[in-house]
Design a protein around this ligand. Structure first.
Ligand SMILES: N[C@@H](CCC(=O)N[C@@H](CS)C(=O)NCC(=O)O)C(=O)O
Length: 200
């Protein structure tokens, strides 16, 4: 659903990127139409000069809304929430809202960065291939242990109650951690409406 007179949203994304999945889930939850532009991280397309103009860090996702460019999943979710209030990503209860922010930031700051391709390759090259998994696991496990404590008293059907909210999207990255054979926990994480997978 693009509003009349507005250009269609564009999402630069990679199918296996957990940060991009969060945004795809939010877009689909809110019923927003968008153009999907694949950026193949394994082929290094995130380092193409044209993409670096959108995000100098060379990370997906990036959302383009007319003249507005936002290149960070948390910032994108907040933007979508303000501009398209339908199917809210955050509960109205202040405490639950704060909890969603806190848990989302644990994922964004303390867990996800450790399993980034650039980080994995750096450890592999500078420290050694056998060190990658233990290094990453030790950091990610700390984040999960904290999340588990944070959410244990409020989890319902979803992470912070019976409504889908932002932190569920943040947690959609669990499948990557399963690949890394690290400790996982699942608070009924639903892979909602993840569409347009680019399997290239
Ligand atoms: N804080 C950023 C992190 C973005 C990020 O780390 N994206 C990963 C994919 S999930 C990426 O593009 N990695 C590319 C690389 O490591 O070269 C966000 O939440 O959007």
């Amino acid at each position: 659903m693009a509003e009349s007179g507005e250009s269609k949203l564009k999402l630069y994304s990679y199918w296996r990127s957990s940060c991009s999945q969060r945004v795809r889930i939010a877009l689909n939850l809110k019923g927003l139409d968008y153009e999907y532009i694949p950026v193949n991280l394994l082929k290094g397309e995130q380092k193409n000069p044209d993409f670096l103009k959108l995000n100098p860090l060379g990370h997906v996702p990036a959302l383009v809304d007319g003249e507005i460019v936002i290149a960070d999943s948390f910032a994108i979710l907040m933007y979508l929430e303000e501009k398209y209030p339908q199917h809210p990503l955050l509960p109205s209860d202040l405490q639950k809202k704060a909890l969603n922010h806190q848990a989302s930031n644990v994922v964004c700051s303390n867990i996800q960065p450790h399993q980034n391709l650039a980080v994995l390759n750096f450890i592999k090259e500078k420290v050694g291939p056998d060190e990658v998994i233990p290094w990453v696991q030790s950091h990610i496990n700390k984040g999960f242990a904290a999340l588990e404590k944070l959410l244990k008293d409020c989890a319902g059907k979803y992470a912070t109650g019976d409504e889908v909210s932002m932190v569920c999207f943040q947690l959609s990255f669990c499948f990557i951690l399963v690949l890394l054979e690290t400790q996982t926990f699942m608070y009924n994480i639903h892979f909602l409406w993840v569409k347009n997978l680019d399997l290239a």
